[in-house]
Design a protein around this ligand. Structure first.
Ligand code: MTE
Ligand code: MO
Length: 458
């Protein structure tokens, strides 16, 4: 199909700017009662009030007669002298892109330190998340830690686990042989608000606890080898962060022996951002975000899982029948269409490129199928190179919207053959009361008005 055969559809971006700081405070104050309903209500009210003006402001229609002044009248930037080099020693995005922001979800948490901000997936291209837009999850606020004072200790749970406990400075870590790899990080609670029913309006909030970077660092195996770890005894490590949240997580030794787990200092070509764990964080590809311990200060080698608070009380899956599932760390195959997605408005019938992201904690994405009729028919999407293991993959498919209401969905498959489930399949196994590891197929309803809405098919 050629796009020339069809008029290209114009689209209004998702109105992510719609909740004022004051509105957010109000939502916080009232969020305690019936949280899910309240959050949904607040979004609906804010959308109704603010979406239309901001949407109109975004449009700059081309005049139908008299010529286009944007061409006919030379703008200042074509006539005058531009700004000097290094006006800004560290460059920033265009002022016209100021609504592309990571955002907290109103009413989700009681404090802003033990909280989360969501990456604006609907505004991003390709697979890399700009570091300043990387989602954040802090249990006790973030710190800008002085790297000259930061230390990483390697010790054993007893004398037999390793020959010699070691302490590294950041400089010492940075002298060692390094790797740079692209990986996604997804919080196990991503899409968690949607377990029971539809809760939030846009893909920033449904899927934005997801980001992807090129991380640089030293394989943890190298550090453990230097300490003379006994790999027969030491089958687990405990990773500990330096912030006040006492974040500690068990990582099985197989993952470390495979060479995949590394102690990162780099993110997208520069040092890690403070919000993301500067100066050192653990990268555990494919595993839920909580194990990617930030401000990493200690690795203890032991012979059994540690059952730390963030493994015994939090980050466990509530299963049907009152069962709990512990240590379900892998992020299973998942995908989401980012255009068109909730909160956006399609202004015309005609050609659109459907585009989105797919990922799997078990390896490469093998295939993504798209349905534009609520799951009756599926068409295989294009995967954009590079397709990398445990990394986001960008997919797209050409689509001509006939103006009728329809539901668009994406369904990813990974190289193990695992297929992303729909909500019915997922709930049959997992019930509806969990928070973590919701990887169900996302449905976006394109209404006749062109407005796109988050819906769930039962
Ligand atoms: N030290 C420390 N590490 C931490 C956390 C934290 O609060 N403190 N949060 C964890 C959780 S739950 C997630 S999802 C990821 C989030 O990483 P990000 O903030 O870089 O997106 O960091 C993990 N590592
Ligand atoms: Mo998380």
């Amino acid at each position: 199909m050629s796009s020339q055969d069809h008029p290209s559809g114009r689209l209004i971006k998702a109105p992510e700017n719609f909740i004022s700081p004051e509105g957010v405070r109000t939502v916080f104050a009232e969020a305690k009662a019936g949280r899910r309903n309240f959050v949904r209500g607040a979004f609906a009210a804010a959308l109704a009030g603010a979406a239309v003006p901001s949407a109109l402001a975004q449009a700059n229609p081309v005049p139908t007669e008299g010529g286009d002044p944007n061409i006919l009248e030379l703008p200042a930037h074509s006539k005058g002298l531009g700004q000097a080099v290094a006006t800004d020693g560290y460059g920033k995005p265009s002022k016209y892109e100021s609504n592309v922001q990571r955002r907290p979800s109103p009413g989700l948490t009681q404090t802003t330190q033990a909280s989360v901000s969501f990456a604006p997936l609907q505004s991003l291209f390709g697979i890399v998340t700009p570091s300043g837009l990387h989602f954040e999850r802090h249990h006790q606020g973030w710190w800008d830690v002085d790297p000259s004072k930061h230390r990483l200790m390697i010790n054993g749970s007893d004398d037999k686990m390793l020959k010699k406990p070691l302490v590294f400075t950041v400089d010492e870590i940075m002298r060692l042989p390094s790797v740079s790899r692209f990986h996604f990080i997804e919080c196990g609670a991503n899409t968690g608000m949607e377990w029971g029913n539809v809760a939030v309006p846009t893909c920033q909030y449904t899927h934005g606890m997801l980001s992807c970077s090129e991380f640089t660092g030293v394989p943890l195996k190298i550090l453990l080898d230097m300490a003379g770890v006994d790999y027969k005894r030491g089958r687990y490590v405990l990773a500990e962060g330096a912030d006040g949240s006492s974040m500690t997580r068990t990582v099985p030794m197989e993952l470390i022996e495979s060479g995949e787990v590394f102690v990162a200092y780099g993110q997208n070509g520069e040092m890690l951002r403070p919000e993301n764990g500067y100066p050192l964080r653990l990268v555990v590809p494919g595993v839920q975000g909580v194990s990617w311990v930030k401000y990493l200060r200690r690795i203890e080698v032991g012979d059994q899982p540690y059952g730390a608070k963030d493994e015994a009380v939090h980050y466990i899956d509530l299963m049907p029948g009152g069962q709990h599932r512990q240590y379900s760390s892998t992020q299973e195959c998942k995908s989401v269409i980012t255009t068109p997605s909730g909160g956006q408005v399609l202004l015309d019938n005609g050609f659109f490129q459907i585009s989105g992201l797919a990922w799997s904690g078990r390896g490469k994405v093998k295939r993504v199928d798209i349905s534009v009729d609520g799951g009756q028919n599926w068409k295989t999407a294009r995967l954009q190179d590079p397709v990398m293991s445990k990394c986001l993959t960008r997919f797209s498919v050409d689509w001509v919207w006939d103006g009728k209401p329809t539901i668009v969905q994406s369904r990813a498959m990974d190289e193990t053959g695992y297929v992303q489930p729909n909500y019915k399949q997922l709930r049959a196994v997992r019930g509806t009361r969990s928070i973590y590891h919701n990887n169900a197929i996302q449905s976006w309803l394109v209404q006749e008005s062109g407005e796109v809405k988050n819906v769930q098919l039962s």
